[in-house]
Design a binder for this molecule. Structure first.
Ligand code: HEM
Length: 206
């Protein structure tokens, strides 16, 4: 299956709108008084969950592409990655604004003191260069090889994101565990392909 150029444009527009769903959901719940007894916690958690989900959805593109043979899926990856950054920025902003009231001293102390905040902050910092170099002009400027090397940090970011989640839950680890298993499967797929590729190269060389 290979969509035509107009079909791909329509698909991208539909995906762009669909990715705004978590934000629209928050807006609707805020409007209808549905954010619960602790709205700040609800908003922070909702945005955090979606940040991690978008990171995993972005990482799922390559395996899906290889398994299905739909190589055009790669054309959707940048948008998904940028949405991960968008939700991470909103998640961080909620923390800075609604949780910490932009109190810089308290934020610095919190980042240094609470390991799960340190992890979240690290993941967010690491996401910035990826978002900043996501366009075609930056790929050209950095060169394909350096760009790819830089963007491999998304694996570390996703791992740190899961650790951040794992460390913040107090009792029930079901959800962080689920994210860890999904991430393990996505990274495992890549490791397996890499190992196979290396073996093939070695056997043609020998
Ligand atoms: C890539 C970066 C990040 C990812 C993937 C991420 C992911 C998450 C996830 C999955 C949750 C739990 C949601 C739930 O309970 O359903 C969460 C909660 C939270 N995150 Fe993040 N986060 C990131 C960055 C940050 C940053 C930069 C900060 C602040 C410096 C932060 C602060 C928090 C706080 C305060 C909570 C709520 C904790 C609580 O409920 O007690 N996160 N995040």
């Amino acid at each position: 299956m290979q969509p035509t150029s107009p079909q791909l444009t329509a698909l991208k527009a539909a995906l762009f709108a669909a990715c705004l769903w978590p934000l629209a959901q928050l807006g609707w719940l805020a409007w209808t008084d549905g954010l619960g007894a602790n709205p700040i916690e609800f908003i922070t958690r909702h945005l955090g969950t979606w940040t991690l989900s978008f990171l995993l959805i972005t990482l799922a593109v390559t395996p899906l592409r290889h398994l299905s043979g739909w190589h055009w899926l790669i054309r959707l990856r940048r948008m998904l990655g940028l949405y991960a950054f968008f939700y991470a920025a909103l998640h961080f902003l909620t923390y800075l604004w609604l949780d910490q009231f932009f109190d810089l001293a308290s934020i610095v102390k919190d980042i240094a003191k609470r390991p799960f905040i340190t992890a979240g902050f690290t993941a967010f910092l690491l996401l910035i260069p990826l978002a900043a170099t996501s366009n075609a002009a930056m790929v050209k400027r950095l060169g394909g090889r350096r760009w790819t090397q830089l963007h491999r940090s998304v694996y570390a970011i996703a791992i740190i994101g899961v650790v951040h989640y794992w460390w913040l839950v107090k009792k029930d680890i079901t959800l962080p565990l689920l994210y860890a298993v999904l991430l393990g499967a996505l990274l495992g797929f890549r490791a397996l392909r890499l190992a196979r590729e290396r073996q093939r190269q070695l056997s043609t060389y020998l």
